[in-house]
Every structure is written in structure tokens, then in C-alpha cells.
Design a protein around this ligand. Sequence first.
Ligand code: HMG
Ligand code: MG
Length: 313
Amino acid sequence: MTADRLPMTVPAPGLPTRVRIHEVGARDGLQNEKGIVPTEVKAEFVRRLAEAGLTTIEATSFVHPKWVPQLADAEQLFPLVRDLPVALPVLVPNERGLDRALALGARRVAVFASATESFAKANLNRTVDQALAGFEPVVARAKEAGLHVRGYLSMCFGDPWEGAVPVHQVVRVCTALRDMGCDELSLGDTIGVATPGQVRALLTALDEAGVPTDVTGVHFHDTYGQALANTLAALQHGVRTVDASAGGLGGCPYAKSATGNLATEDLVWMLHGLGIDTGVDLGRLVATSVWIAGHLGRPSPSRTVRALTHQEQ
Ligand code: HMG
Ligand code: MG
């Protein structure tokens, strides 16, 4: 990539000097593919993401293979990547998932809760409170085993069945995840409907409820093209961890109208333009997204990938 294909760096006030990108392409991205991606291709994807400088790469999910057949090869995949010198969180929905992850030596796990009853039912076959009760022993056992635990919270800004989601519902579940011992939280805009004022309002409400911003990451899907604006609002509030997926892959098989995540390349373009360090080599990352797009049989939806590779719109 030539120098004119890098953003001009002009810092803006009130922003961090470094952001940790939590890369979810191999999990959130590939869980939503119609076809099953071969295990060796997934492993190569994770390796290439690590070589591009990503330091936290969500590798797979130990969920029920019938619920997410795309990730049914977690047992085969994880050993192929576990020795990479990066953090490799995996999703676990329950103790059975945790047992599977522990048996393979996973060091980081993520539980995933919902702010709404409809999504808790669709995604976990539980009520919100049943799901939280089920996570208690998962988090307790994971912490006892010395693991880092992330607590995802979906539908923080809107729900396809219930519409607007009251902030107090989100704050309640975040507080519960934090109280049970989650080291970090990730606020999910599962269907990509949030706008920046909403992001600020939720982060402020969490501050007031005693959930610190420095343990809170953001997870924006880009359905309405708001993910970058929402990310900037979160950074201005003090958030330092941003989830994104290489090439903008992603979605959730159990949420109507969920499309891809914020594309990691689009995020990196903005962060580097603001002079914020990510450790990511944008050229290598774009090459990785083009490579996986070849395997998936369609071009990357990321605007930055398209711009840097002159792909047809
Ligand atoms: P269930 O059918 O209620 O399960 O599903 P159950 O507890 O009744 O158990 C039924 C059978 O499944 C039992 O086997 C269990 O052992 C087995 P049987 O005794 O009948 O032979 N089982 C399992 N097998 C393997 N691994 C497991 C497991 N658990 C039970 N972990 C369950 C409940 C939670 C398992 C199911 O609903 C599930 O797997 N859901 C996962 C859905 C999912 O992965 N969604 C996508 C990730 S979330 C997301 O994308 C959002 C996010 O990106 C943030 C955002 O964008 O908002 C994170
Ligand atoms: Mg997601």
C-alpha cells in the first residue's frame, strides 16, 4: 500500500492514545455464513489476523453445534491456533461450553447475556434471569481456573422484536454480569440501530450505576452505517476497547436484521487518522480480508477494503 493510501494523521482532543481492537471476524463473522468454512481455512484466517497485528482474536464458540453449525468444529479448530502469541477468547453459553473450552486449554472465555427477553429466548432458550443464573457458575469456575472472562450484553440499543430497549434494563444486566465477576463487558448493538447520543446516554447511565468505563468495550454492528460514529462517541466517553470484524463480516443467526460488524479496516482507518495506536498493519489486514472474501465467494463489505483494493461497488 502506498503512502497516499494511508489516512492523514490529525489528532483530536479528548481521545485515547491507544485502543485495543477485539477482533470478532472468526467468530461473529463466520457464525453467520451460509456455508461451512473448512477448519483449516478458519485457522489460517486467525493466524493471518495475528500476523496483521491484532492481539485479541475471538476464535470460535463452544455452543451447541446444532444451534450454530458453522462453529461445530471448535474442538478441531482451537488446538490449531491456541499456541499463537495472542489472546484467543471463545464463547461459552453454559457449563458444558466451559468444560469443552477448559479441556482444550482456553485462557479466555465470554458469556453472552441479553438485555431483552425476546433475544434471551431466541439465542439461549432461556429468560434473561435464567440465563444470568446459568452464567453464575460458569463465571465462578472460570475465575477459579484463572481465566479472563468477558460478559457480552446483546440488544443494548434496540431489539427487533421489542423495539426500543430501556436503559435501566441494560444497566441491570451489566451490573449483574459485573457483580458475578466478569472482568470486562461488551455492549452489543446486535442489530446496528444505535446512534451516538444513545451511546453517550448508556455509558453515562453505566457510570452512574458504578460500572466503570475502563472495563467496558463496545460491539457495534453496522446495519445502519452508524458504527463508526457510535465508536467515536464511545471513545470520547473513555472507552478503550472496540470490537470489530475483519472485512465487516458478521451478524447473528438468532437476530433478525443483524448484519456485519463494524469492519476492522474502517475502524483502523479512523483510529490511525486520529493518531491512535492500534498495533495493526492495515495493508496486511486488508490482504487477509480479501483472502477470506475469496473463500466466502463474495467481496468484503468494508468500505476501506474496497477503497484500498479498487473493488467494484
Ligand atoms: P438448549 O437446547 O436449551 O440446551 O440450548 P439444553 O441446556 O436444554 O441442553 C440440550 C442438549 O444440548 C443437552 O444434550 C446438552 O448436553 C447439550 P443431551 O443431554 O440432550 O444429549 N448442550 C451442549 N452441547 C455442546 N455444547 C454446549 C451445550 N450446551 C448444551 N455448550 C444453548 C441452550 C445455550 C446450549 C443453546 O441455546 C446455544 O448453544 N445457543 C448459542 C447461540 C449462539 O451461539 N448465538 C450466537 C452468539 S451470540 C452473538 O452473536 C451476539 C454477540 O455477537 C453480541 C452482539 O452482537 O450483541 C456476542
Ligand atoms: Mg455480534
